[in-house]
Ligand binder design. Sequence first.
Ligand code: SIN
Length: 523
Amino acid sequence: MKLDALIIGSGISGLTLAYILGKSGQRVCVVTKEDRIEKCNTYFAQGGIVFKGINDSPELLVKDIVKAGGKLVNKKVARVIASKGHEVVNKLLIEEIGVAFNKKGKAFSLTKEGAHSIPRILYKNDYTGKEIELKLIEKVKSLKNVKILTNCMAIDLITNTHHSKNPEERYKKKEIWGVYAYFTKEKKVEAVFAENTILATGGVGYLFKHTTNPDSATGDGIAMAIRAGCEVINSEFIQFHPTTLYLPYSNERFLISESVRGEGAEIVNKDGEAILKKYHPLGSLAPRDIVSRAIFDYLTKTKEPCVYLDLTKVKEKYNLKERFPQIYRKCIEKNIDIENNPIPVIPAAHYFCGGIKARLNGETGIKRLFAIGECACTGLHGANRLASTSLLEGLVMAYLCGEYLKRKREKLSEKRIKQIPEWIEPEGEIADPVLIEGDIENIRNLMWNYAGIIRSTKRLKRLETELLFLYNTVENFYKENKLSKRLIELRNMITVSRVITKQALRNKESQGCHYITSEREEL
Ligand code: SIN
């Protein structure tokens, strides 16, 4: 199979790019390892996408992005997103794709979230991501020259310098020519070649025991990029969302959107007392890193299992069942009636502020390889992302990448591709699923405990040692056993966890979501 563009990942960035390139006539293939196209972080996004508030300006949005993300924010990138974002949302997402955000009369309804100065976020009740994802799927499916392959998992990027049988290639500039992909149903590996390969593989939330992300968020694109020699930066900045549904004796975490607080909910203790003002003047709507850490601190000191979201003020404005239908339903399912009771909440891993170093148009340091959306790091989020900027960044990056790839075509010759060997399957057995699941659970526990909301050098060093042991074990396992989707994921999880740990250990300064303390200080 040889394509113009191979897009790995089917969230907002992957599908938007597929739509733009497909419409321009390019032969595009979107692959996802899942059996359903929509199983990705975009689908689960609740809150919304940054638009434009009343009396808003790009300068004010940049100020808020910096208020949340600190000095590490790439201000040049923030200015482009802040000045272009509104137009791309309007023209592409609303007018062309047909996403139907909530309206009051003719005007769009706007909500607020943590660290935003004003309401400026578009939303569709509490299932904004689902609305965007389903509309995008419909559009992309209507294009004949775009193929969507489910159950197809990229294993590794094909590089001329490493994979080609032609020895001359190793002295040339490194290029990416596609991927080796594992077809999970057929259980076979094939090389898929493309003029350009785009990673749109999302984040890493599943590396942590408690997360808002689906189990597909195993950092696959980031791991492949690391193995191909790409630069990955800012990995220590894992954003923990302050409010996910707390269910005793369960690892399951369900996002309780920040827009609930944006509409007036307060974080309170079991006695109904607001607890955040003590930590930050913005109280429950302080930047996410501060709120998560404050909750963590409060729970450590009081030994209570969770805090609560008091919805009294939200109820004065809305019918909860209509404004937050998913949250309402989920809570009812768990015997929590949010009309009459506060919601028990606790933080969980949510978003990767780091990633593959990329320009806003997705260009990486390697020829023919692009990274867009959560797996990429443009510096927009600095050390802590401002709420509802992730869908916006994914959309704008896809748009700029699409415009760039429509202009810049460079043929990939058949002769060169012919020098890429077929995948050689190891002779061994199917990898033992009990061992794989055990190792995955191990990593998720280790990452949660030692690279979580509060870190220390000692914990990170312990983590580094444990991960090295797991890495050596799993690399051997990988070489000796037949492939499975979970084995590929496990290998990727270890690769990315090690980079997060290494970068967290190297950064001695607490900034945004990376908070490092001495164990004694914490006691
Ligand atoms: C939320 O709804 O709270 C999540 C929004 C985001 O992560 O930007």
